[in-house]
Write a new protein. Sequence first.
Length: 357
Amino acid sequence: MGSRERRSESPGSVEDLSTDLRAAKTEASDRYFARSSRHPLAPFVLRRALAGLREVGGHQIHAIGIGHKLTNGKPGDALCVRFYVSQKLPKRLLSARARINTHIDGIDTDVIEAAPAFPAMPLACSRARRQHKRPLRPGASIGLETVAGGTLAFPCTSRLAPERGQSLLLSNSHVFSDYGVAPPGSIIYQPSLADGGTPQDRVGLLLRSVPLQAGVLATNQVDAAVAVLDNGIGVEADICTVGAVQGIAPPAVGQLVHKHARTTGYSSGVVDDIACDVLLPLSRAAPERQTRFVNQIRIRARAGASLFAQLGDSGALIVEKPGNRAVGLLFACPDNGTHAFANPIRAVLDQLDIDLG
């Protein structure tokens, strides 16, 4: 490190990260994701073909963030820039160009094998969490009329004077607006139509969503939208199994969290990355259509568990345990469910001009 000061020796929040560590992560994200975009195969296609992985090596990177360096599978004390790859290959199979530097501007790096994430849209669901619920209950099935649906995060209120007095509902943009394709006023159902909802299950109308930027060098911070609750529809002020939310908290490495969501129900996990840049395909049918989310929270399943979230859990509120302060809004996970990504809750609230409750 030389004379460079490094304030990353203990677990902390995003605010505690050193300027050098943040800069190294951002530099790596821009450099490696720009490189991967020039390859004709997207990272999410590469994982299907071992030959392709061996040829391009470093182009299988699908997320770059900040967390503890792993030694023999166990996290150490120091924070580093972490590269998440679909398959960790021996150096002899990688070209010199494909290898990841062990340091970036004096900052340590680490390479972690992990499945790539997708927007957590549903494939299957237990019956209990996709049933008609009145009053509405955060943690259950909900969705736009034209999408498969996801999870209701929490009731909220607007900070904007013209909207005061309206009861709002929070979830992901891809759950409530199909990434902004749906216009304001589109109908929201609980349960979602894909989960057995009918026209009589209308609960609200899309109010607004945060616009999405496309491309591997996009700087999206949130996947979030709000809907206006219909008159006569009630909503509980606590999350199933999790309980009442007691304000908000910043993410921190090592922080224990829990959630209740449409597919997996209740689960707990550990925050292991607090500033992760992640590539996501906008469509499984066309994985080359990608976007990037920056400074996201990565949550892994707790010790002894193999599952934290699965498809259909999009929109679940991530809550600190204990304390029950909201930390993030879940929006993506791999098919195997070992980890998930969430938008920092402060960014969600600020970009939508809302408050929880």
